[in-house]
Design a binder for this molecule. Sequence first.
Ligand code: NDP
Ligand code: AOF
Length: 424
Amino acid sequence: MATATEADAMRRAVALAARALGSTSPNPVVGCVLLDAAGRVVGEGWHRRAGAAHAEVEALRAAAAAGHDVRGGTAVVTLEPCNHTGRTGPCAQALIAAGLARVVYAVSDPDPVATGGAATLAAAGVDTEGGLLADEAAAGNAAWLTSVLRGRPFVLWKYAATLDGRSAAADGTSRWITSAESRADVHRLRAEADAVVVGSGTLRADDPHLAVRGRDGATQPLRVVVDTHATVRPDARVLDDAAPTLIAVGEEAGTRHLPAGTDIARLPAGPAGLDITALLAELHGRGVRSVLLEGGPRLAGAFLAAGAVDRVVGYLAPALLGAGPAALGDAGIGTIAQALRLDVTDVARLGPDLRVTAVPRRSAEGAATVVDRTQRRSAAAPSWPVARPRGGAAPCHGPAPLRGAPEPQWASPDLPSAPAPEEN
Ligand SMILES: NC(=O)C1=CN([C@@H]2O[C@H](COP(=O)(O)OP(=O)(O)OC[C@H]3O[C@@H](n4cnc5c(N)ncnc54)[C@H](OP(=O)(O)O)[C@@H]3O)[C@@H](O)[C@H]2O)C=CC1
Ligand SMILES: Nc1c(N[C@@H]2O[C@H](COP(=O)(O)O)[C@@H](O)[C@H]2O)[nH]c(=O)[nH]c1=O
């Protein structure tokens, strides 16, 4: 049974992990706090980016650099310690070698086939406990966990609208519907995402830039334009060098007008445009684990129709337009019984605006699918693969995605919204 000190340490570890949101893909975010044998905090660490030291190793280094003895102490970590040698060594071995007596972790790695650190730790006589603050830790890792479960990136659809639900005026102008405070918050979402996606309609209407602005040191996302016929102009702002850019086009599109070196992905297309599943597979293959879908309404409708939206963030401005495009285009819904119902997970005021965060409500069928897949990972698991009490399979960060399982329509892993980044 975890102690109150360990719970405090886990809260801190979750906050440390959140510092690297947007920087670790294809790895998860992970935080670690080390307690000495007397329960004092003697080391902290978090995984800063793929290829850098894992959280546990960072924390061990910090404790050693400060001259602290961790032998007989406890490691508190947001994800089950890894057990394999990838770009860095196995954390379970590092914790054993450092002489830790106990390891408390929050979330088991969801890969059902890999063997893991908890079993290694337990076999070495380390008292190992999983599941502490699992929901909080899972929420912080929602993008990575979703991408592992679904084999596609986590998708957050963001829109800005007037109170009457318009995302542009009748003449197509939309700058700006929302306040400076809301728009600054959107740059936080961009910084936390691996890719920002817009459709060709938005490209033509807005000539958007899509890079992160006003956040020092932020990792720039991949800017992605979904542009079946390669209508993007060579002088489009999205083609500057502020961030990498991918132009997703149909297999037949002529792209000779684009500057040399433009990154182009050719994807299957139908009458409605590019195949959304193929687009997400292409992005996943490039290491993208989280997508910020910035519209416009038509592309958002296509993502929703494909069951490929995991979270919705709407910025609502106290303004009325009365005409102009709705925030969401056709999502294949013809009657009220088919309405896509959401659960609101957060409401906040940003300057004069409201920010509403919501997640798709799970259908009974979809929920069953997720529970099935979860139970294959852990008999004791509830709706999410929280850690088993002891031992069990757990790979290192960045396991292969699960492929071949059906995409559950509206079967969200039911993750709460990510905690606000720590302020200090
Ligand atoms: N307030 C807000 O939050 C936002 C407002 N806007 C506003 O919205 C308007 C533009 O909206 P809209 O025209 O809907 O633009 P979109 O950005 O949704 O682009 C739609 C176009 O994307 C292309 N596309 C490619 N594949 C697909 C697919 N599978 N499904 C759907 N579309 C696909 C299609 O053109 P093709 O196949 O020819 O490439 C389609 O016409 C502008 O007025 C803009 O200012 C835009 C974004 C956000
Ligand atoms: N109009 C509107 C938004 N529009 C979105 O912002 C994009 C422009 O991005 P950039 O060129 O980088 O500033 C635009 O193409 C569209 O996706 N967003 C908002 O938060 N509030 C707003 O009122």
